[in-house]
Design a binder for this molecule. Structure first.
Ligand code: FAD
Ligand code: SF4
Length: 554
């Protein structure tokens, strides 16, 4: 360990040197760490994680395709792992306001089948991966957010964790501690969808040049313990249609697993147009459908949370490598949208990147560009997985739910046979640019929650166990307050109060004037505000490490 002086007025920051630094202990970060140690056991690997423990910030469906795990840890099937429920039945419905039309499995392209997949808590899978990584000698530091990029000669040279103990007004409290520098020959960014440092890297190295804009959805999820009579172990059910109108993309998932657990969630595409739309309330409304509501009778809601996911697919994946590091997993955006699966590709991309890092370290290199990793992914199983579904999202966005899904299904079939009638379609606008002025839209009336099946935001956030040190600078940066009022409020009627799944943003009247209030302590780190604010006026930065949700098993 050595010390390094950087900013004169601040105390020196300690620096630690590693062969590889990894940001984020999700499936991508932990897989990369394990693969590196498998290939180069004598090289040092550190993983930083902003959650209070591994898994605390992980929220997913999740039905996972085990292709990544099979390649990484072939022994997993003979071990005690959190993958205890194999998918036993797969249902797909189109919902109307009171009815449901089942879509026969034979209509679905084979790539949509969940046969051989497992229903899991992804947080628990990450805890299992973390144990494996630590057994191989990986150092994992939960409770530390990577807050700053370190550069040397324009190459990434590692990260610095955030300072701890800064008060809301900026003064240093008793117990103030400077962040740490974690310096690496290579740094892998595994921050998941809309990673805060990954976003800076994409801009700095123009990694998005020549690509379609990344697209996103917001996924909201509840975990329920249901009455035994309602439980169908291994059942996977998806719906689209109601309660969304034909122009708004999204749908639900419902997975029965382990002991009477049902993961229910709703994904809403963030290219929606009506600023009055509330993803949270649409999710609550979805649960009241006659096909759905009975499942939760006599059950208990255990947990709640939300997280953005990437939807841009093949044509939106940025360049992955830059001097000194690379993007892996959903920080790059390898989510397969129609399959609602990204974990397998997160793991495969992490293994691919780790293999290139191990080779580079073995050759004594450091800080250069892992161009071979970027060159390899399209011809790998990741590229093949994403290529076949590349038009599903653009067709949905362009033609609406009914025609878009039908055309997307046709395109996935023809791609399975090796051709497409559409070539490669574009996504069009980034999600922040799709909102229409409120004056051109109709307000949406949502029913009051009943407290049994449907809930309000605050009682929901309570179940995410979210906790932030209250006396710290607000981690949601509003660049221009006047613009927030003149545009977000006056033109778009304050959509942040509706798209935020945690009730962080409010417009309150004070002396006849609207005032923008940010309840930052409620933030569940979903990143939706960073994506959807119509002026890109809100930037999410990591709060003090360890803050945020504490998901037990999401
Ligand atoms: C609602 C929903 C349902 C989904 N359903 C499925 C499904 O059924 N099957 C499937 O395969 N996939 C599903 N996905 C997608 C899947 O969850 C992702 O593809 C996968 O989690 C990506 O893994 P990752 O490691 O890249 O990122 P993440 O899982 O997001 O992990 C990133 C980690 O990095 C940490 N981190 C981020 N920034 C920093 C920082 N600056 N400093 C320190 N730590 C940081 C985070 O706290 C987190 O622990 C779903 C996603 C959502 C939101
Ligand atoms: S403040 Fe932003 S990141 Fe936090 S919960 Fe709300 S929308 Fe998500």
């Amino acid at each position: 360990m050595n010390t390094a002086m950087n900013t004169p007025e601040l105390p020196a920051r300690e620096a630690m040197e590693f062969d590889t630094v990894i940001v984020g202990a999700g499936p991508a970060g932990l897989t990369a760490a394990i693969r590196l140690k498998q290939l180069a056991p004598d090289k040092s690997v550190v993983v930083v994680e902003k959650g209070s423990e591994v898994g605390a910030h992980i929220l997913s469906g999740a039905v996972i395709d085990p292709i990544g795990l099979d390649r990484l840890l072939p022994e997993w099937r003979s071990e005690d792992t959190p993958l205890k429920t194999a998918v036993s039945a797969d249902r797909f419905y189109m919902l109307g306001a009171s009815g449901a039309l089942p879509l026969p499995a034979a209509m679905m392209p084979p790539l949509m089948s969940n046969h051989g997949n497992f229903i899991v808590s992804l947080g628990d899978v990450c805890r299992y991966l973390a144990r494996k990584a630590e057994a191989l000698g990986v150092e994992i530091y939960p409770g530390f957010a990577a807050a700053e990029l370190l550069f040397e000669n324009d190459a990434v040279a590692g990260i610095a964790t955030g300072d701890m103990g800064i008060a809301k007004d900026g003064h240093h409290k008793a117990g103030y501690a400077r962040g740490m520098e974690l310096r690496g020959k290579y740094t892998l960014f595994a921050e998941g969808a809309r990673g805060s440092l990954s976003k800076l890297l994409i801009e700095r190295f123009a990694l998005h040049r020549g690509r379609e804009p990344q697209k996103f959805g917001i996924g909201l999820k509840e975990l329920w313990q249901v009455a035994p009579a309602q439980f169908r172990k291994g059942l996977v059910q998806h719906t689209f249609g109601w309660p969304l109108d034909n122009r708004t993309g999204g749908g639900s998932f419902l997975y029965h697993y382990d002991d009477n657990l049902v993961a229910v969630g709703f994904v809403l595409h963030l290219n929606y147009r009506n600023p009055y739309l509330s993803p949270f309330e649409e999710f609550q409304r979805f649960k009241t459908h006659p096909l759905i509501r009975g499942i939760f009778e006599g059950g208990k809601r255990l947990c709640y949370g939300a997280r953005a996911l990437t939807e841009g697919g093949f044509q939106a994946v940025p360049k992955l490598s830059f001097p000194g590091g690379a993007l892996i997993g959903c920080a790059a955006g390898f989510m397969n949208v129609p399959r609602i699966k990204g974990t397998h590709n997160a793991m495969l991309s992490a293994m691919l990147a780790a293999e290139h890092v191990a080779t580079a370290l073995g050759e004594g290199r450091s800080g250069d560009e892992l161009a071979g990793y970027d060159a390899a992914w399209r011809a790998s199983p990741i590229g093949r997985d994403l290529w076949r579904v590349r038009n599903a999202k653009p067709l949905w966005s362009k033609f609406g739910t009914l025609a878009g899904i039908a055309l997307g299904g046709l395109d996935m079939w023809t791609n399975t046979l090796g051709f497409s009638l559409f070539g490669t379609l574009k996504h069009g606008k980034p999600d922040y640019a799709t909102l229409m002025p409120a004056a051109q839209c109709r307000p949406i009336a949502y029913a009051k929650p009943d407290g049994k099946l449907t809930f309000d935001r605050l009682s929901s956030v309570y179940l995410s166990n979210t906790n932030h040190e209250e006396d710290q600078p607000v981690h949601l940066h509003v660049r221009d307050r006047a613009l927030q009022k003149s545009s977000e409020h006056d033109v778009y009627a304050g959509p942040s109060a509706r798209y935020c799944p945690a009730g962080v943003y409010e417009w309150v009247e004070e002396a006849g004037q609207p005032r923008f209030v940010i309840n930052a302590q409620n933030c569940v780190h979903c990143k939706t505000c960073d994506i959807k604010d119509p002026n890109q006026n809100i930037t999410w930065v990591p709060p003090e490490g360890g803050g945020g949700p504490n998901y037990p098993n999401m």
